[in-house]
Design a protein around this ligand. Sequence first.
Ligand code: SF4
Length: 901
Amino acid sequence: MRQTTASTCCYCGVGCGVLIEHDETRIFDVAGDPDHPANFGRLCSKGSTLHLTGDLDARALHPELRLGKQLGRTRTDWDSALEHAAEIFAETILEHGPDSVAFYISGQLLTEDYYAFNKLARALVGTNNIDSNSRLCMSSAVVGYKRSLGADAPPCAYEDIEQSHCVLIAGSNMAYAHPVLFRRLEEAKARRPEMNIIVIDPRRTDTAGLADLHLAIRPGTDVALFHGLLHLLIRDDRLDQAFIEAHTQGFDALKVLAEEYTPTIVAELCGISVEALQRCARMIGSAPSFLSLWCMGLNQSTSGSAKNSALINLHLATGQIGRPGAGPFSLTGQPNAMGGRETGSLSNLLPGHREAGDPQHRAEVAEHWGVKQLPTSAGLSAIELFEAVGDGRIKALWIACTNPAQSLPNQQKVHQALAACPFVVVQEAFFTTETCRYADLLLPAVSWGEKEGTVTNSERRVSHVRRAIAAPGEARPDWAIACDFARRLERRLRPGQPSLFAFEDPEALFEEYKPLTRYRDLDLSGLSYRLLDERGPQQWPFPRDSSTGTVRLYRDGVFPTEDGRARFIAEAFQASEQDCDTRFPLVLNTGRLRDQWHGMSRTGTAARLFGHEEAAVLSLHPDEMRRRRLQDGQLVRVDSRRGSLILPARQDESLQHGQAFLPMHWGDRFLRGLGINVLTQASFDPLSRQPALKQAGVQVEAVELPWPFFALVEGQVQHRFEALRPLFEGFEYASFSLAGRDRAALVIRAATRSVPDAELLKVIDRLLNLAEGPVLAYDDAHRSVGKRVRLEHGRIVALRLAGETAASQWLKSLWLDGEIDPDLRRWLLAPLSTAPHGKRVENDRTLCNCMNIGQAAVHAGIAQGLDLAGLKQRLGCGTSCGSCVPEIKRLLAQAEAPIRV
Ligand code: SF4
């Protein structure tokens, strides 16, 4: 029987509520929860397609064990799998010490999962070697909040976005990365056009399209900019002296530092005009309320902590904190990175916003857990942890719900480390991730819709995540796997003692965890699953006996520091570590796309989500393209000090000279060559230890690969993907994607220097279902050109072009339309390789995923004089989730722009 379960979206830190329609075994649909205060019923293109993702063919369904690095994994049962893991971990710990093992976990885990892993690592194993992929995402914000305000607590609420008079967005393409919040901002701006929006971003993103002022600063110069703004606020007497005197300390030192950041110097450093800088300072200084939002552009930097503190300085100096519409507000990347920070899931933290390096904090947690002591040695952060795996210090590694073989920088090193590690356990929902290849033990975990627990979103709001359907195969909840393993390990490490992991369900973990937050800044002691069910999601602190959560922090100007005062941080701007030089002259920035999420383990299973961007493409300023004599779509080789990639390039006027951009999502699975992060650098911020994923020096040059290949095949997409991918190892370029809406197809684009072996093509054809049956074929051995199309029931179901691919878009459009062009047979059986005359089809990106509207239709509507309202009315685009609206506005603006001559 169909029913609806209220839960949350599993992607970003907005933490939208979703209503899952299901019958306890299958999920049929998803809708925004109108009662959830994060989204009030809205969902973005990712959230609204959740039910289309998570293809069972990509799911890990049974434990699998490998008993030798040269061997394949074979299916095993849970009991054998966890006994084996416990045996190896125990032996390693007893022989090499507790710091010879490590846990690398994820911002996608639920709070209860995190808590179980933390207790396992620190109380049982006795190591602080537990870090999470939040290290790549939010750790600079954590340092920023702690240093400036005394606790890792974002002080604002989403309603502040709607109430603010001036919103500054720094280093965040919020339109793509936090779309539902961006919708709320767009609506607020439409209601109150006098609201000022400032966007600081080297790229002119869709977010910048909403800005009254866009400062396209040089990458990495944010600290200079913020100090320059402070300089002007001081000069123009725009400070809140009463607030500074009553609630802060350290302003005098900062004032001296800010004197050096004159408008001329700052404008020069940042590559902007003095007028723009002054206008920005005026907007901030005159605003009754000033809110700042930021994300990876500040955090993923070797000066990420300094950037965070310099921005918070502006709020403290103007008293813009603890009031409606005001405050510094980080946009959390992952759905429960906040829960990870709360439970101590970075190596330097402990549960309840405590410090692993603080003896008092260690004693408090040890007492709560009933153990003598917690480990004193410093734990390794993500980059250091994988270095230690690489050099043999870590001998057993447990990875849960994350994909380091895609997401960490400097992937050559990461892949080498994983290959060399004596024992790698991967606890994953999808067996297809790059990291799973290295698993000696693969443990199937439940995924979205199948698990219960809690999450905290960016505004400190805790939601009850409810299970809708049963887990597929033998998949188990992450907390249950961690606790089952822990019970087996404690029988070996502390035999005869009562178990620390006798948890029956996630609620038991939550109940044990929440006293650790009592009387602390994040006090959750008043929350329970029951209360969340009765009263809905709540913002912490929510102390025992309270009737409601806390919308906004620091309303009284008292901060969780020893003296109750916030701190000004006076740190000079330091140019980031230079990865660029004459050999690698371009700065490579990486970031998100609208419809993909992280390493694509989930979104990469939904064909519809490839409609907007089908493949990884390097974006360059048109002048950089011209300088290298590159055409749109031409293959280029991108080199950094650490590795290289081959992929197509395209011009993009949103970038500045000297800059390049790549989407962060593509790993080795979808793009041959270890993925985007083979290029990025592992240098990290000295305080937050967050790597500078957004600033790599690269060199770009055209590459000649004269033998191209294109294929499309529908049916059994995941199986075909797994079987075909290894066959393209010998190709210099190979990109895999999905296409379609009602029917899904695997699409392969590849190119190589020399014609591949005929036998390899035969194998590929067999896997493409093109070796026999109703297949039309043409081969020209002399030109090494061949084409094959399989027709069934009057339509194309598979095709491939080899040696010449000029007709690929035309054929793909025929497949999408499900019709047979009368010219197809004639074309197929003749030497002609381009599409027949008049049939040339350009790749038409899907702009609006909800209504399936392509860019061509929008362009045509604009050419007929339609505005946004007219396009919405005529085509329906932008009327559902709204994720495409910023791009449609951009196309409208481009159409209005004067033609340059
Ligand atoms: Fe999910 Fe989109 Fe909401 Fe983020 S904004 S939680 S991805 S629906």
